[in-house]
Design a protein around this ligand. Sequence first.
Ligand code: DX5
Ligand code: ZN
Length: 217
Amino acid sequence: MIKIAPSILACDFTKLEHEIQDVERGGADLLHLDIMDGHFVPNITFGPIIVKAIRKLTELPLDAHLMISDPEKYVGRFIESGANKVTFHIEVEENPTELASRIRNHGCKVGISLNPETPIGKLESFLTLFDSVLVMSVHPGFGGQQFKPDSYEKILALKKIKKDGNLHFDIEVDGGVNLENSNQLIKCGVNTLIAGTTIFHSKNREIVINSLRKPYE
Ligand code: DX5
Ligand code: ZN
């Protein structure tokens, strides 16, 4: 089962309610919220206040993708605001085991993310802790960038580790996902496609969501 997670970074924020309900009606499985602090990444987006407002607009599970330097300090605020999953970056967390169990103890799911230059080896020993592993296929910070093809190799390696270890985490890919690469990504082992521009810059979100999930042969 392939899950589709629209990233609202590319939506029309003047019509946030309509945009979110449109992808919910269109069959999205979860909503991807890009939280940027202007420090871990060279861009600033929004924080827990907006997550709390979004919580009131949708029944979809909310995944807070924390592109912030100090996730330990802020995870509690995002969980209180209604996030169903918190995804933090391995590059900034010295104690992923402790942070993962703190998040889980709040009844929240937990994901780990890695930047394009970060090798899988950095998180291999922690993989049992996470509900999902998010492979960044662009340098985080902005929507609308081009997919980095070396991500395929990383996803294949992750799929192998998952199979060999009989692990159950979702494999997510984020950045430059479109109708040209979705098929290949699914074949490589991705089961959650995160897409901003491809979904929100299209007129018919339902058709795009369905096409991403069941790509043309
Ligand atoms: C990038 C974000 C992505 C981004 C994806 O730093 O983590 O979630 O919104 O946007 P597209 O799909 O436009 O590349
Ligand atoms: Zn993201």
